[in-house]
Write a protein that binds this ligand. Structure first.
Ligand code: ADP
Ligand code: MG
Length: 219
């Protein structure tokens, strides 16, 4: 379903070249849940940003649903992402001038599907935010914003969900409930999940764990 071959990412830092990912190989089956662990700065977020198509690899190939999307142009890539991929960012990246409901609705708007309003309301209720639909991100707590981010990532039922430390900003009780919900929806939609986390409990809920260290993946 997801095939990653020789994935390499270098950053130029002045005259220096920082080699973050050094030829990663990974094959993930459809519907599989994979936890990505690794020390801070090991390149976990970089890895997800490449798989999401938000950043381009220096070298290598990422194939999703039979399409090598590293070759797509920007417009095609944006459309591909809108159809197939959901992302929960470490820092939420909600749009500050849109309400919770509008943020969640956005992927449906881009994908041009029907019943945008109703679907978005339903999912927001499901993450316990029925009473916050018309609030803006700066009128909500960190945990509430995180739940909006999760709802936005799942609203278009992506075949691939990428989540970067999604429990990082949640207190234990709410965090656990939201993660339960994330796994519940992911299973229901048979989405493939790549979950970056430093939380062993959370990692154990995935069928497979891989470790990123010194630019390489270990299982
Ligand atoms: P992690 O998510 O595992 O903590 P990151 O992927 O955020 O790690 O970062 C991996 C390494 O790449 C770090 O050393 C970081 O400083 C470097 N890095 C990330 N983004 C950039 C960038 N845009 N330019 C230069 N270096 C970067
Ligand atoms: Mg990170």
């Amino acid at each position: 379903m997801l095939e990653i071959h020789n994935l390499t990412k270098n950053y130029n830092q002045g005259a220096d070249v920082v080699e973050v990912l050094k030829g990663l190989e990974l094959v993930v089956q459809e519907g599989e849940h994979v936890a990505i662990l690794g020390p801070s700065g090991s390149g976990k977020s970089t890895f997800l940003s490449l798989i999401s198509g938000l950043d381009r690899p220096t070298e290598g190939r990422i194939q999703l649903a039979g399409i090598n999307f590293t070759n797509l142009n920007q417009k095609a890539l944006t459309q591909f992402r809108a159809r197939h991929i959901g992302i929960v960012f470490q820092q939420f990246h909600l749009l500050s001038n849109l309400t919770a409901l509008e943020n969640v609705k956005l992927p449906l708007l881009i994908a041009g599907v029907s019943d945008q309003e109703k679907k978005s309301e339903k999912l927001l209720e499901r993450v316990g935010l029925g009473h916050r639909m018309h609030h803006f991100p700066n009128q909500m707590s960190g945990g509430e914003n995180q739940r909006v981010a999760i709802a936005r990532a799942l609203i278009h039922e992506p075949s691939l969900l990428l989540a970067d430390e999604p429990s990082g900003n949640l207190d234990n009780e709410i965090g656990k409930r939201v993660m339960d919900l994330l796994f519940e929806v992911v299973k229901e939609k048979k989405s493939t999940l790549l979950l970056v986390t430093h939380n062993e409990e959370l990692a154990k809920r995935c069928q497979r764990r891989v470790y990123l260290k010194n630019g390489r993946l270990d299982s």
